[in-house]
Design a protein around this ligand. Structure first.
Ligand SMILES: [Zn+2]
Length: 298
């Protein structure tokens, strides 16, 4: 349904390849995708909404970087279709996850199969980076039992809406401090020595939610996780039905837009149906003319 997209790029003159891959599809309540109101009002609004969205992608990003292959999130797995998948979660969680979401994930949609088709065996992935700990971002971890997994230390210390029993046994990620400011982002962590891959704190959806900024020679790309479900929500200042903090979600929107006003930033949310097309056609959030691009001397 959503075909993978590969972009041949460079970083500081060295080859960089980005793959955007959808690990199956999900459908959510329309009022969950875009909330009216906040907090409890938003929650009740989507729970009693009986209309679902069309099928949305579950994007993950593989980055073939000179330092090695980085995988951003691990996507969903076919066993989520099993009615017993949320069995051990307690009845509230089980009711919630089974009544509010629909999945269509086949075995061949899982990340190991899709990476294999692209000529990247899972053993070649050097680092898995998680934007946050929700199950549709972590379920594919089962394919990476021996790979180093990095995430924001705040997401690890203060998770929001995670289902720990779905994590692989012996899950020991490496929580990293996001303590380096970059442009309008106060908290980032360099994933590479060249500082061309940054884990950026973009809270709101969860307290420790982080996005990955890829600084290519053609311009920056932001793998934005669940900050919003589509880029137009960012522009229209609309929010999804599930946020740990709407105030922080708003602040994250403002920072991303401020950054995009002086760099031609491509924004790729995890469940945005248009993300692959924007990456392929290299369409930034705002199409700034060259004379408006500040600080691009590097
Ligand atoms: Zn999420």
């Amino acid at each position: 349904m959503y075909q993978p997209v590969t972009m041949e790029l460079t970083t500081r003159g060295r080859p960089l390849r980005i793959h955007l891959i959808s690990t199956g599809v999900v459908s959510v309540k329309r009022r969950y995708r875009e909330a009216r109101g906040r907090g409890l009002r938003a929650f009740l609004d989507f729970v009693f909404d009986n209309r679902f969205t069309g099928w949305l992608p579950i994007w993950v990003m593989a980055i073939e970087h000179p330092d090695g292959v980085f995988l951003i999130d691990t996507g969903e797995v076919a066993s989520v279709m099993d009615p017993r998948y949320f069995q051990s979660s307690g009845w509230i969680v089980r009711w919630f996850d089974r009544s509010q979401f629909k999945f269509d994930v086949r075995r061949e949609d899982e990340i190991d199969a899709q990476l294999g088709a692209l000529g990247i065996p899972t053993s070649q992935v050097k680092t898995v980076v998680l934007t946050h700990l929700h199950f549709d971002h972590t379920d594919g971890l089962k394919h990476f039992p021996a790979t180093r997994v990095i995430l924001n230390d705040l997401e690890w210390k203060k998770p929001h809406g995670t289902l720990k029993h779905l994590w692989p046994p012996d899950f020991h990620p490496v929580p990293v401090p996001l303590d380096c400011p970059y442009e309008m982002f106060e908290r980032t962590y360099a994933l590479t020595g060249e500082e061309d891959l940054l884990l950026v704190h973009t809270p709101g959806h969860t307290w420790g939610h982080a996005s990955v900024l890829v600084k290519t020679d053609a311009g920056p790309v932001l793998f934005a996780g669940d900050i919003c479900y589509s880029q137009d929500q960012l522009i229209r200042e609309k929010y999804t039905g599930a946020n740990a903090s709407y105030r922080q979600a708003h602040d994250t929107y403002e920072r991303i837009k401020a950054f995009a006003r002086h760099e031609n930033l491509i924004v790729l949310p995890s469940h945005d149906p248009e993300a692959a097309e924007r990456l392929k056609s290299w369409t930034p959030l705002y199409n700034l003319p060259p004379e408006d691009l500040a600080g691009r001397e590097d």
